[in-house]
Design a protein. Structure first.
Lengths: 111, 113
């Protein structure tokens, strides 16, 4: 089983749609959780950190469920500029520090 | 504020050769981590350096090694290159706290022929 698993995608949605990304992680000792965005042929960039209480940043909402080892990202009112790959990221420190990325879910937002 | 810079941007090597990739961390950041990203995949964690010491390593063989210098810049060395080492190599720096976000460089595209 992979340490971090994401929906395989791709997701094709019209502008204005709401889209949800799901991610599960296997290490119960995981400490920190993030969503990164990666545009084609570019480096990943932080979209948002994910906190236990859930957090929102404009059209983006992230949720964490430690009991189920599950992270989600919701994008409301999708824009063309949201088209990118969304990467779920988990860090843990068991026998050494590790930062584990999911394989990513590609999003295409169409006009 | 200077961001993370990597060099070179592109590199072509032959199987069996050795390569060194370089990374300058963002000002104020004492932690550097390296990732390998194959096409269509997420970045794979190679290792992390904190204040010149390796403090975490992913599932990569010993021929992948690194260094961090007193100014917190870093090198990734790969010996005995294999065709499967062809990938984008990303360096990221952070201010050291485990819950700090990563700031990535633009990456080095390595092709092994």
């Amino acid at each position: 089983r992979k340490e971090v698993e994401q929906d395989p995608g791709p997701f094709n949605v019209p502008e204005g749609a709401t889209v949800a990304f799901n991610c599960t992680y296997s290490n119960s000792a995981s400490q920190s959780f993030f969503w990164y965005r990666q545009d084609c042929r570019k480096e990943p960039k932080l979209l948002m950190s994910v906190y236990s209480s859930g957090n929102e940043d404009g059209r983006f909402t992230a949720q964490l469920n430690r009991a189920s080892q599950y992270i989600s990202l919701l994008i409301r009112d999708s824009k063309l500029s949201d088209s990118a790959t969304y990467l779920c990221v988990v860090t843990f420190n068991t026998g050494g520090f590790k930062t584990i990325f999911g394989a990513g879910t590609r999003l295409f937002v169409k006009a | 504020e200077t961001g993370v810079t990597q060099s070179p941007t592109h590199l072509i090597k032959t199987r069996g050769q050795q390569v060194t990739l370089r990374c300058s961390s963002q000002s104020g950041h004492n932690t550097v981590s390296w990732y390998q990203q194959a096409l269509g995949q997420g970045p794979q964690f190679i290792f992390q350096y904190y204040r010149e010491e390796e403090n975490g390593r992913g599932n990569f063989p010993p021929r992948f090694s690194g260094l961090q210098f007193p100014n917190y810049s870093s090198e990734l060395n790969v010996n005995a290159l294999e065709l499967d080492d062809s990938a984008l190599y990303l360096c990221a720096s952070s201010p050291g706290s485990y819950n700090s976000p990563l700031h990535f460089g633009n990456g080095t595209r390595l092709t092994v022929t």
